[in-house]
Write a protein that binds this ligand. Sequence first.
Ligand code: UT7
Length: 302
Amino acid sequence: MVQMLAGRGVQTSDDWIVERTGIRARHFADDGVMSSDLATLAARQALQAAGREAGDIDLIIVATSTPDMVFPSTACIVQQKLGIHGCPAFDVQAVCSGFVYALTVADSMIRTGAASRALVIGAEIFSRILDFDDRTTCVLFGDGAGAVVLEASDQPGLLATELHADGRHVGILCVPGSVSGGKVMGDPLLKMDGQAVFKLAVGVLDSVARSVLSKAGRVEADIDWLIPHQANIRIMHGTARKLKLPLDKLVVTVDEHGNTSAASVPLALDAAVRAGRIRKGDTVLLEGVGGGFTWGAALLDL
Ligand code: UT7
C-alpha cells in the first residue's frame, strides 16, 4: 500500500485538504490488487474476530461501486477466494451508503430465515476512478475494505435500519461512463459537485438519525458511538452537534483513510473495536450517505 498526501500535478496543499476535509492520509491499492482482494482480506479478519470459519457463512454481500469486473459480482469472486461454494453472494451498489444498505439487506434476509450467518463487506478501489487533473475530487478518496459477520440471535443486535434514495440528484456525484461495443463510452472518472453533496448530506444525516432512533424507541442520549460515513470532518462534526453528542462519541478515521466510500463505515467500526473504544453492550449508530443520492442508518447494540 502507498500512502498519498496530495494530488499529482494539481494546485493544492496539505493545509487546504486538512482544513476543509480533515483528511491527512489515505491508501491506494497496488497495481493488480482488486476490490475482491481487499474484501477477502477484510472478510478473513472479520471471521477471525467473530470466531467463525468461512464454511459457517451462508450469505455474502459486498457493497462496492468499484467491482473487479462488470460481472460476475465481486461477492462471487470473494466466495471463490474464501473457498466456500453454494451460498448466495451478490453486490450492493449504493456508493458511499453501500455498507448500510448491505447490512440492512443481510439483516432482512436473516430475519426472514433466508440466511443465518452473513458476511457483509464494504470494499472499494476508488483510486482507479479518480481524475488526477481535478483537484476538487482527486485529493479526497482512497481505497480500503471492512467487513462484519452478522448472525441470527435471540438478542437483538440491529435494533432498526432505514434506507433512502433520491434519484433527482444522480448528477451531483457520479461516474457517468459505461461499457458498450467493447469500448468505454462517456467519462469513466468520478465527478462531484462537492457543495451540493455537502448540503444534502448535512440535512439527511440528521433526519435519518432521528428517524432510526425513533423506530427503535431510543433517544440521542442512548448513542454511545456515532459512526457516520467518513467523507469530511466538518459534516461529521455538524452531525454530532445536531444530535447533541459530545465529539468524543464520534468515531473518526477520515484523517487516516480519506473517503473510502462503501468501506468507510466498516473500516471505522473495525478501528474503534480493535482500539478497545467500542465494547460489547455499546449502542452504535452507523450512517451512510453518497451517490444516488442515497442515505441510510443502522442502530445497533453490540
Ligand atoms: O462520499 C460521498 C459524500 N461526499 C461528501 O460528503 C463530500 C461533500 N463535500 C465536501 O466535502 C466539500 O464540499 C469539498 C471538500 C469537496 C470541498 O470543500 P468546500 O469547502 O465545499 O470547498 P469549495 O468547493 O467551496 O471550494 C472553495 C475553494 C474554491 O476556490 P475559490 O473558487 O474560492 O477560489 C475551490 O476551487 O477551494 C478551491 N479548491 C481547492 N483548493 C486547494 C477546491 N479543491 C481544492 C483543493 N486544493 N484540492
